[in-house]
Each structure stands twice: as structure tokens, then as C-alpha cells.
Design a protein around this ligand. Structure first.
Ligand SMILES: Cc1ncc(C[n+]2csc(CCOP(=O)(O)OP(=O)(O)O)c2C)c(N)n1
Length: 702
């Protein structure tokens, strides 16, 4: 992890047989110029914005030349081409590297957007944002997560290839390439994701490690002394160590090797590949090279000028010579690559029309016609069965229907399959250790964060609706990946079971208290906490049908009673909140979720016996309810009667509904049988009755 050896500046020795010395010199000049164009764009954009990270783009410029200038199979004219290689900039602070590459290779990212780096509403935000900038495959910046997303993408490629390719016709045939730095590898999630990627033998995943020995605080030798080669070999990866990250020929050779291993295995062993590139952060800047100062500060006008002089870069900021533009333009090559694929796909369509249609449907993210039938069947079964059932079990019952109807549904659990009940009838387990078995249930191991970011990668790749389960209390482990799913508007379904003190004896470490409320704070994440089997099926249906954001489905460990409903009420579940039991002139409105709905219904009976009629509102998804129009929300919540919310978790979020009281838990849980805990924390019909009485008594008549 020290600075690179002298060879970085030595003449290159790998010369193709056909090339004469003159050609070779020209080629070297051209590639040096291509790398320096990245350096110039990065330092100038950061300087202009007076903010950003010039060091990484300047240090990874040659790696970018080798990959993007040659090996990457993509078509800038069609960033959504399904068989494109995926590229992930996991060290997302080096965003200017990606913007420079997208601009230079011909994506719809004009130079003016680079001039507006990090400015409001530009297409060049501080860190790369998927969905905003054409060619950005995932939003990165939170270190390590891009790497985990890439594992999901590589898994998606592997699974789609298995499903759709035919011996003579491979329509899914791409690689996933990643740039990652020390920060990504220090993050724990890199262990979770890379360890699993090794087991899954994702050989078309290739990671370039920017081994520059520097992070923000300085030389990493003081806090990061892992033997990275041995670490990745222990995961079962192939490692190409000690590559001079500034020698494009050496990088070409490494890429060729990684590609060969990816396609054919290395001595029969299929595994992801790590290319360990020794680089200098801020290379090209005489004063900042190799220093932590290069990481995240503009070079300053004087140093920008000194760098220009040192590089021999005579062009004004954001000006690029025609030779550079020509050398970088990937559009002709991309068009040819995509045309070859389209021709292959046409032959595929001819030979396998149904598969071709299915492939297109999957990639477009369109639900099959059978989705509606599956939803109806799931609800019908829930109604027919009735009785008491844990909503985690009801979830699995619903999954049996959706899993059969939607081949794109793929999921798993972080080593809690028997508790989360995330496997469904016929899902089969994904296995890779003795041959590849393309099951649709993934044992992620005890890796909640890795799992969640891998789910994001599966969704981002396309062709899948991924879900994954753990206990609700461990949603904290998944948390930032969940946030990223929301930020990226991805259809990812996070299943969280054991959703309250109702899990009982495992105690406060396992009892979620603040979790439902805090998940509801994540913008664009729909949090469902169904009260019975019908709401559970509806929650799944809504999460599957939503194509602009993730959902968290919170299910109970303990059995919850079936609630009877009219057809209109069943339909209203999909509005997030609805009147479950009404009264002609309700004295109060009880709002409840999940296990507390039946509690509210019991309290309603007791109150009725005392002549106090109340309405019960079931609110399985407050986020969705909040998106309904004023009229609907007003009609559900009522106008004059005081409101009391009931949820076995922190109550803060409920006050926004103008509640007069909230029955909640604002401390940690306790270790005891569930029934005793509900009593202990006041989740009894009597306490709800008393609360309503109190509220009515203190009411000042208007
Ligand atoms: C999860 C997370 N923690 C902290 C940060 C803040 N951060 C951004 S870059 C960085 C250091 C990264 O070091 P390295 O990967 O070596 O990048 P380089 O200095 O080589 O550019 C840190 C701590 C972050 N972006 N994400």
C-alpha cells in the first residue's frame, strides 16, 4: 500500500507484434492523452465547484482508460441495452471520474453538465445518482455498498443467463466491473458481500482495487493493514496482485486475464476476480500526488496550473482536443456491439418466441397477467382459511401464490428462513458449491446489510423483484441499503418479521421498539404492518405492484385473529388506511396497526357495552394513507371525534394525525412471554378503554 514502484513511469514493454516503434509511441501518447483528459476534467470541475474529490479520478485515470477505452461492452447511445456490461463506481466520491467517462465516451452528458458539477439540478451531483445521469448504474457514495450492489448485479446476470441462454444463443452475456478503494474494503459490508460472492462463484464480477494507500485521515498503513490479496483468496476469489495501476498495457493484460477466467474459469475454478492496482492518488499534481490532501479538496488555482504544466496539458478548462474526443468516442464500437446482440436476439426470438417475450417482459419490469389472479387467490385463501395465523405465516401463504405466478420474484433470508418464512412452495434453494442450481430462495447467511445491498443490485440489474428477510430489530443492520433503495426508487421488498414485543422471551435485544416509526421516516419507503392474513396478502400485492420504490413488510411472530371485511374494505387496504368498524356517531376513532388492530376491536366491544361507540381504523401502511387525497383521509379519520392511536412501538409518529392520546411503548422491551409483556406495557383492551374514557372526559365541548 506504499506508493507505486518506479515502473509506473518506465517505458512500456508490451508491444503487439504488428506495431512498429512509431505506432507504439503514437498509441502510448494517445492513451496518455486519454488519461490526462480525465485528470484535467476532474481537477477543473472540482476547482470550478470549489468542492469535490480530484485525487481518485486522477489516480484511477489509466485504469479507466484500459476498461472504458477498450474492454467495457456498452453503447452510450442506449444506456438501457439489457446485455451491456455493468459498471459500478463503488468509491463514489470520485464521481468526476464517471462523469468524465460518460461525457467522453458519448453518453448524453454534455460538457456544460460537467461545468455545473455539484450544482442544483445538474446531471452531475456530488455523488453518482442512478436515474439522474444516463449511464450511472447505481447510486454510490456510502462506501462499500456499490460493491455489494455489484454482487447483486452479477448474480442477476448469472441467473438470467441460466434461465434464458441456449447452448447456441447467449442473450445474457455480460460482466460487472467495479472500481473500489480502501474505504470500500475497510467497510464491513465488503466482507459480507465479497464472502458471499466467492461462495456464489460469480466469475463475471471483476473488482479493481485502487490500492493507493491513502484515505481521508492519511496513510492507511496506520489503520488498514489487511493483506488484501490473502483476504480475497480466502473468500475463494481469484486475485491479480501487484498490477501497476498507471500502466495501461499491464491493465489491459489483467483485464484480458480476468475476462478469460470469468468466461472459462481459472484451472476449472469459477470465482470473482480482484485486480489489485497500485496507484498514486492525485497523480499528475506535483504537490498533491500521494497525499491525503488530494482526496477531497480542490487543488487550488496555482496547483491546477502546475498540474497542467506537469502533464503538458495545454487546453483551457473543459476544452478537449479533437484527438481526445475521437479516441474516447465509444459510440461506433458500442453500436456495433449492440447490433451484434440485436441480431442474436432476433435469432433467439425466431427460435424461442415465448422465451424472448418473457425476457423482454422481465427486463422491462412488467408484471405478468397472472399477477392479478395470484392476488385474488391469496386473498381468497386467507378469507377461506380464516382463523388465527401469525402474519409471517400469512406472508408465506401469500408468497406461495405470488412466487408461482411471478418467476422474477426471488428472495431469501439472512439465516432466518424458518423464522421469516421467506421461502415459498417450490422456490428451491440457490446452490453453487456443487454445480449451479438456480433456486429462487437465497440463503444470504448472517449478512443483513450485505443482503439488502445485494437485493438492490438485483433490482437495479433488472429482471427481478427481489426480497429478503430478517428480524425487524435487525433492520438497523440493513438500514442504509434500505435508504439507498428508496433514494434509487427501486422495487425491493424488505421482509421484517418478529415485529414487536410479541416475539416474547428473546427480550429487548430482539424486540423492535423504534423500528416501525423510524422506517416510516425514510422518504419513499412504504412500511406495511398488516393485522391479519388478508392485509398481509395485500401488502405483498402492493409491494410487488409498486415500481417506484421499496417496501418494508412487518410481520408478527405471534398468531393474530382473522378480521372479517366487506369487498370494499378489502379493496381499501390498498389505500393504506381504512375504516374497519364504524359507528353511526363515533365518540372516538381508534387507529391501529398490526397486532394492535384486534386489540382495538376488543376495546371497541367493551366501550360499546358502556354505550360508547367508536370507529376503528386499520392503518397497515401510513405512508400510503398519507398519499391519499384530503377527502379520503378526512373521511377515514373523521371530523369531530378524538383520535387514539395504538401501536406497540414508539408513538411519536402518530401525533401527526391529531391524536388525543397514543398507546405506545417508549422504553426498551423486556424478556418474558408475549402475553405477559402486552399486559406489562398496557396493551390490554382495558387500558385502551381507560385511555378512551380519559380522552373523552378531558374533552372541552366546542
Ligand atoms: C459509509 C461511508 N463512510 C464514510 C464516508 C466518507 N468518506 C468518503 S471517502 C472516504 C475515504 C475513502 O478512502 P479511499 O477509498 O482510500 O479513497 P481515496 O482516498 O483513495 O480517494 C470517507 C471516509 C463515506 N462516503 N461512506
Amino acid at each position: 500500500m506504499e506508493s507505486p514502484t518506479e515502473s509506473a513511469t518506465q517505458p512500456h514493454s508490451t508491444v503487439s507484434a504488428a506495431a512498429g516503434p512509431q505506432d507504439d509511441a503514437t498509441r502510448l501518447d494517445r492513451r496518455r492523452e486519454m488519461a490526462d483528459a480525465i485528470r484535467a476534467l476532474a481537477m477543473d470541475a472540482v476547482q470550478q465547484a470549489n468542492s469535490g474529490h480530484p485525487g481518485m479520478p486522477m489516480g484511477m485515470a489509466e485504469i479507466a482508460v484500459a476498461l472504458w477505452g477498450n474492454a467495457l461492452r456498452h453503447n452510450p447511445a442506449d444506456p438501457k441495452w439489457p446485455d451491456r456490461d455493468r459498471f459500478v463506481l463503488s468509491n463514489g466520491h470520485g464521481s468526476m471520474l464517471l462523469y468524465a467517462l460518460l461525457h467522453l465516451t458519448g453518453y448524453d452528458l454534455p460538457i456544460d453538465e460537467l461545468r455545473r458539477f455539484r450544482q442544483l439540478h445538474s446531471k452531475t451531483p456530488g455523488h453518482p445518482e442512478q436515474g439522474l445521469t444516463p449511464g450511472v448504474e447505481t447510486t454510490t457514495g456510502p462506501l462499500g455498498q456499490g460493491l455489494a450492489n455489484a454482487v447483486g448485479m452479477a448474480l442477476a446476470e448469472r441467473l438470467l443467463a441460466e434461465r434464458f441462454n441456449r447452448e447456441d444463443l447467449a442473450i445474457v452475456d455480460h460482466f460487472t466491473w467495479v472500481f473500489a478503494g480502501d474505504g470500500c474494503l475497510m467497510e464491513g459490508i465488503s466482507h459480507e458481500a465479497c464472502s458471499l460472492a466467492g461462495t456464489l462463484r460469480l466469475s463475471r464480477l471483476v473488482v479493481f482495487y485502487d490500492d493507493n494507500g491513502i484515505s481521508i485521515d492519511g496513510p492507511v498503513r496506520n489503520w488498514f493493514t489487511d493483506d488484501t490479496q490473502q483476504r480475497f483468496e480466502a473468500y475463494g476469489w481469484h486475485v491479480i496482485p501487484d498490477v501497476d495501476g498507471h500502466d495501461v498495457d499491464a491493465l489491459d493484460a489483467a483485464i484480458a486475464l480476468a475476462r478469460d477466467w470469468g468466461e472459462h474459469g481459472r484451472d476449472g475454478v469459477f470465482a470473482p476476480t480482484l485486480v489489485q492496482c497500485r496507484t498514486q492518488i492525485g497523480r499528475g499534481s506535483p504537490a498533491r500526488v500521494g497525499s491525503a490532501k488530494a482526496h477531497g479538496e480542490p487543488l487550488g488555482a496555482d496547483e491546477v496550473a502546475a498540474t497542467r504544466a506537469a502533464l503538458g496539458w495545454a487546453h483551457a478548462p473543459f476544452e478537449l482536443p479533437e484527438s481526445v474526443r475521437r479516441a474516447w468516442d465509444a459510440r461506433p464500437r458500442g453500436a456495433r456491439a449492440q447490433a451484434a446482440w440485436s441480431e442474436r436476439f432476433a435469432r433467439y426470438r425466431e427460435a424461442y418466441p415465448a422465451d424472448a417475450q418473457e425476457f423482454e417482459r422481465r427486463v422491462a419490469g412488467r408484471l405478468p397477467a397472472s399477477y392479478d389472479d395470484a392476488f385474488d387467490a391469496a386473498v381468497d385463501e386467507a378469507v377461506e382459511k380464516g382463523g388465527s395465523v401469525a402474519t409471517r405465516k400469512a406472508s408465506q401463504n401469500a408468497l406461495n401464490h405470488f412466487g408461482a405466478a411471478l418467476p422474477e420474484l426471488i428472495g431469501g433470508s439472512a439465516d432466518l428462513t424458518g423464522s421469516n418464512l421467506t421461502d415459498f412452495r417450490g422456490s428451491g434453494a440457490l446452490r453453487t458449491t456443487e454445480g449451479f442450481v438456480a433456486g429462487r430462495h437465497i440463503n444470504f447467511g448472517v449478512r443483513e446489510f450485505g443482503m439488502s445491498a445485494i437485493l438492490n443490485g438485483l433490482a437495479l440489474h433488472g429482471g427481478f423483484i427481489p426480497y429478503g428477510g430478517t428480524f425487524l430489530t435487525f433492520s438497523d443492520y440493513s438500514r442504509n441499503a434500505l435508504r439507498m433503495a428508496a433514494l434509487m426508487k427501486q422495487r425491493v421488498i424488505f421482509v421484517f418479521t418478529h415485529d414487536s414485543i410479541g416475539l416474547g422471551e428473546d427480550g429487548p435485544t430482539h424486540q423492535p421498539i423504534e423500528h416501525a416509526a423510524s422506517l416510516r421516516l425514510v422518504p419513499r419507503l412504504d412500511v406495511w404492518r398488516p393485522c391479519d392474513a388478508v392485509e398481509s396478502a395485500s401488502a405483498w400485492a402492493a409491494a410487488i405492484a409498486r415500481d417506484d420504490g421499496p417496501a418494508a413488510l412487518l410481520f408478527s411472530r405471534q398468531a393474530l385473529p382473522f378480521v372479517s371485511r366487506s369487498r370494499a374494505q378489502v379493496d381499501a387496504i390498498l389505500r393504506g388506511g381504512y375504516v374497519l368498524r364504524d359507528a353511526a356517531d363515533p365518540a372516538a376513532v381508534l387507529i391501529a396497526t398490526g397486532s394492535e388492530v384486534s386489540l382495538a376491536l376488543q376495546a371497541r366491544e367493551l366501550l360499546a357495552a358502556e354505550g360508547i361507540d367508536v370507529r376503528v381504523v386499520s392503518m397497515p401502511c401510513a405512508d400510503l394513507f398519507d398519499r391519499q387525497d384530503d377527502t379520503y383521509r378526512g373521511a377515514v379519520l373523521g371530523a369531530g371525534a378524538p383520535r387514539v392511536a395504538i401501536e406497540a412501538g414508539v408513538g411519536d409518529g402518530w401525533w401527526k394525525y391529531g391524536c388525543a392520546a397514543v398507546v405506545s411503548i417508549d422504553t426498551f422491551g423486556e424478556s418474558a412471554p408475549a402475553a405477559e409483556l402486552f399486559r406489562h406495557f398496557g396493551f390490554t383492551p382495558q387500558n385502551v378503554v381507560d385511555t378512551v374514557r380519559r380522552v373523552l372526559k378531558r374533552r372541552v365541548p366546542i
